[in-house]
Design a protein. Sequence first.
Length: 73
Amino acid sequence: MKGRMEEKNKQEQARSVDEIALELTKFIATSTGYGKGPQSVGFSGKGARTPEEQAEAILELFARCRKAVREEA
């Protein structure tokens, strides 16, 4: 019984770390426009990011946030 409770506590702790990392990711992404790439008018040397590139940038940000939260925990 004790083993089950310890396992449940570990799962809850891991979930809460991921939830905190997700909230941090959302905050950073929405407040900075992270993942969207530069928005410019006129001609530019580099085109806008594709949806795949945007998704990859957000996933990388989430991984970084998750690592930071786990280091703090």
